[in-house]
Write a protein that binds this ligand. Structure first.
Ligand code: SLL
Length: 157
């Protein structure tokens, strides 16, 4: 496949998680008793931009304490929602559309459940309010010398 020489195309994307403490007064009936948080890990475009024209599939490798830790999303939204009790590193593997001729790319996200707030009073308030904890990374996917087909896909959107 022919590649477009001397050209790099960058596409911004976001990956990370949002976690919310479970309200003990409104526990979902099937929630295991030791699960304290619900969370969602996702891969998405910036400000809701569509990324499905160049991302084909995303796999999230969860901690081995989860049943079926390898979770696959073949179409958007590229996200997994779960409940749990602990923080751990999630391996995120991104596959591109076949026209790209690119290998999958991995990134790593540490699932954050607990707010990091130095001020004790502020921290206590955040806990009382069960404030969601967000941990998102803004990054860029780089396509160096993309195939002609991928160049067309990336530049026509
Ligand atoms: C820790 N090293 O000890 C980490 C591991 C794993 C969290 C955290 C499992 C939920 C389930 C869950 O929350 N695992 O039982 O499905 O803090």
């Amino acid at each position: 496949t022919k590649r477009v020489k001397g050209v790099s195309i960058f596409r911004p994307f976001v990956y990370g998680s949002i976690a919310t403490p479970v309200n003990p007064d409104k526990k979902p009936p099937n929630l295991p008793p030791d699960h304290t948080h619900q969370w969602t890990v996702s891969v998405k475009g910036v400000d809701g931009a569509d990324v499905s024209h160049f991302i084909k599939k995303v796999q999230f490798k969860l901690h081995d304490t989860y049943a079926n830790p390898l979770r696959t999303c073949e179409s958007p939204p590229f996200e997994v929602s779960e409940t749990g009790w602990g923080e751990f590193e999630i391996v995120i593997k991104i596959w591109f559309v076949p026209e790209s001729g690119e290998k999958p790319q991995s990134c790593f996200h540490f699932l954050k459940l607990h707010p990091y707030i130095g001020d004790k009073a502020e921290l206590e308030l955040a806990r009382q309010q069960r404030r969601p904890v967000l941990s998102y990374m803004y990054d860029e996917l780089v396509f160096n010398e993309p195939t002609e087909a991928m160049y067309d896909i990336l530049t026509s959107k």
